[in-house]
Design a protein around this ligand. Structure first.
Ligand code: HEC
Ligand code: HEC
Ligand code: HEC
Ligand code: HEC
Ligand code: HEC
Ligand code: HEC
Ligand code: HEC
Length: 396
């Protein structure tokens, strides 16, 4: 009798475990991500991290590349200005055709070239566009700039000659997307880079910063009661340099010689291992404000003297920054409660509300200049310097 009871108990335990096991396997997701088996994709994160997810999908990071559509360019197409005159006979027009949005060059009113705007790059300050030709991408001659709310020449493009031939390689995608597979083919013209269109993952997704997370997703689906994150690198365990490297992967300029694709970078990795030389990491050099926030910040006394300061001290990685200087100044005041500004004759209100404009002034980018239609001056592209310092005529 006792034996039977024991056997029955064992059998029940077996059945229940088998049932639970199939339940977890039913919930297991298998990856279809072009990056490989370890990746789950951002949409799977929403189930458990809804607040972060819903905020993040609206961010500049998440949308820094996307298909160019009438929706993505709402309000930018119906201006009278969506063209650029190169001279009396030549101009480029942005056109809304049945098969998509196009940039088309006209010479004496006859179409000389037309390409579809397939991919949109950038969001906060400027949009530039690429088109696919076979398995390569090329940049369009015109870009849209928020500062002038208008179209002008793409950065570095000629204002006198139409150019549809600027090749764009995987390098741009490494900082502006989550993945694209590239191959190097030997051709008569030398080594040629080709991209696999089907593997492109637009925007910067969760796993670009957090690393592959499919095991994390499957574990927490199987054990919903578990409160401690598993199978994921926690930022709380990283050193300051490791935390900085996650942002510096894309925010330390694009003139470095790469050894490996940063698509392979995972939180906790050492960024310098991805580059052959690191001229831009040399503190003595001066950096352009465009994209070099890491180097500029590293030159600040705040960074050198406050060993805990990193990008997250002032930025929430999941939401956009605000241009509210008062809100932005609160991070400064946290560390600088005692600052007196004895030499400045300004009201305390001005001084207290806005540390940013004096100590992180807007500066023109040398890397990005563009030309407006009918304008002989090259327009500047203004960005906040991250070299926190004493600027201006009051400097002592
Ligand atoms: C089935 C639920 C579940 C899903 C799906 C899920 N997570 Fe989590 N995650 C958790 C739990 C539980 C924690 C621990 C508690 C917390 O920090 O919220 C956690 C914590 C984290 C942390 C903080 C780790 C730490 O210790 O600092 C990160 C980062 C994270 N998840 C990223 C992701 C990403 C990226 C995805 C999508 C690819 C994802 N999670 C999907 C349940 C989930
Ligand atoms: C994979 C590349 C990549 C990584 C990693 C990355 N960024 Fe960015 N970041 C970009 C790009 C590209 C933009 C430009 C977005 C646009 O098109 O407007 C950007 C824009 C920004 C902006 C300006 C947008 C705004 O909200 O004002 C901030 C701030 C920023 N990043 C901070 C960070 C921080 C902090 C980290 C690290 C936690 C980080 N980024 C990691 C590529 C990256
Ligand atoms: C640009 C890089 C970047 C991206 C993209 C990113 N994160 Fe994070 N995430 C971070 C950093 C850095 C931290 C640590 C923040 C800190 O230390 O204050 C963090 C912390 C977290 C945490 C734990 C802390 C918290 O606030 O609960 C979770 C959970 C998380 N991220 C989930 C996600 C999810 C889900 C996505 C996509 C929807 C995502 N992250 C996209 C950089 C990123
Ligand atoms: C090393 C990383 C990196 C590479 C490579 C890179 N970018 Fe960027 N790009 C960034 C970052 C970071 C920003 C935003 C930060 C800033 O403005 O300082 C940005 C900004 C932009 C913007 C303006 C976005 C906005 O609205 O703020 C455009 C457009 C752009 N890049 C296009 C390109 C194109 C096209 C290429 C290739 C020729 C390229 N980028 C290569 C990192 C990179
Ligand atoms: C984590 C703490 C911390 C934060 C946040 C911080 N600082 Fe600092 N800052 C310091 C330290 C420490 C020094 C060095 C003080 C010294 O040398 O006596 C410093 C130095 C400075 C100096 C003197 C620079 C020079 O070249 O002489 C200025 C100006 C300054 N900070 C302004 C700011 C502003 C503005 C912000 C916000 C954008 C800010 N700080 C954010 C810690 C911080
Ligand atoms: C001491 C505070 C502080 C720290 C630390 C800091 N930032 Fe910023 N950052 C700001 C402020 C303030 C702005 C301006 C926001 C605005 O006015 O829109 C800004 C703006 C930016 C922008 C947008 C530039 C533009 O003009 O659109 C980028 C990109 C950025 N930060 C990246 C980073 C990265 C990457 C790091 C770490 C290497 C970092 N920041 C560290 C305070 C900080
Ligand atoms: C109108 C421009 C202006 C504004 C606004 C401003 N500063 Fe300054 N700051 C200066 C100048 C100029 C100096 C150098 C002369 C001096 O110390 O009076 C300076 C010096 C400093 C110093 C180094 C000297 C010291 O006393 O430690 C720190 C730190 C500093 N400022 C932080 C801040 C913070 C934090 C805010 C916002 C609460 C702020 N500043 C607002 C212009 C400004």
């Amino acid at each position: 009798m006792r034996k039977h009871k024991k056997a029955f108990l064992l059998l029940s335990i077996f059945c229940i475990s088998a049932f639970l096991l199939t339940q977890c396997f039913n919930n297991q997701i298998t990856s279809t991500d072009p990056r490989g088996l370890g990746f789950a994709g951002s949409s799977t994160c929403r189930q458990c991290h809804q607040t972060i997810y819903d905020a993040y999908v609206k961010s500049f990071h998440y949308n820094t590349t996307q298909p160019a559509t009438k929706q993505s360019l709402a309000g930018k197409l119906d201006t009278d200005n969506n063209h650029f005159a190169y001279n009396d006979s030549t101009s480029v027009l942005i056109q809304n055709r049945d098969s998509g949005l196009y940039q088309a060059a006209f010479v004496n009113d006859k179409e000389a070239a037309a390409h579809r705007m397939d991919i949109q790059f950038g969001l906060k300050h400027a949009y530039t566009f690429l088109y696919w030709k076979a398995n390569q991408t090329f940049e369009h001659p015109l870009s849209f700039y928020s500062s002038i709310n208008n179209w002008a020449t793409s950065p570095g493009f000629s204002p006198v000659q139409v150019n549809f031939n600027r090749f764009i390689g995987a390098n741009c995608f490494e900082c502006h997307s989550s993945f694209i597979d590239k191959k190097l083919n030997a051709s008569t013209a030398g080594i040629e880079e080709v991209l696999d269109k089907n593997t492109l993952l637009f925007g910067i997704d969760c796993e670009r910063c957090h690393g592959p997370a499919i095991n994390h997703v499957n574990y927490h689906n199987a054990y919903p009661e578990a409160k401690e994150a598993k199978y994921l690198t926690s930022f709380t365990t990283l050193s300051r340099q490791q935390k900085l490297d996650v942002c510096a992967m894309c925010h330390s300029g694009n003139k470095k010689m790469q050894d490996r694709s940063t698509f392979q970078f995972r939180p906790g990795d050492t960024l310098s291992n991805f580059f052959i030389t690191l001229p831009e990491y040399d503190n003595k050099t001066s950096f352009d404000v465009h994209g070099n926030q890491y180097q500029l910040l590293s030159q600040s006394k705040c960074f050198m003297n406050a060993k805990t300061l990193d990008c997250s001290t002032c930025h929430n990685p999941h939401t956009n920054t605000t241009n509210n200087v008062k809100a932005n100044s609160s991070a400064c005041i946290n560390c600088h409660k005692e600052v007196t500004h004895e030499t400045l004759k300004l009201t305390t209100a001005v001084l207290q509300d806005n540390c940013i404009d004096c100590h992180m002034p807007l500066q023109p980018s040398n890397a990005i200049t563009f030309q407006r239609p009918g304008d002989t001056l090259r327009s500047a592209y203004m960005l906040r310097t991250h070299k926190i310092a004493i600027y201006g005529s009051n400097k002592n």
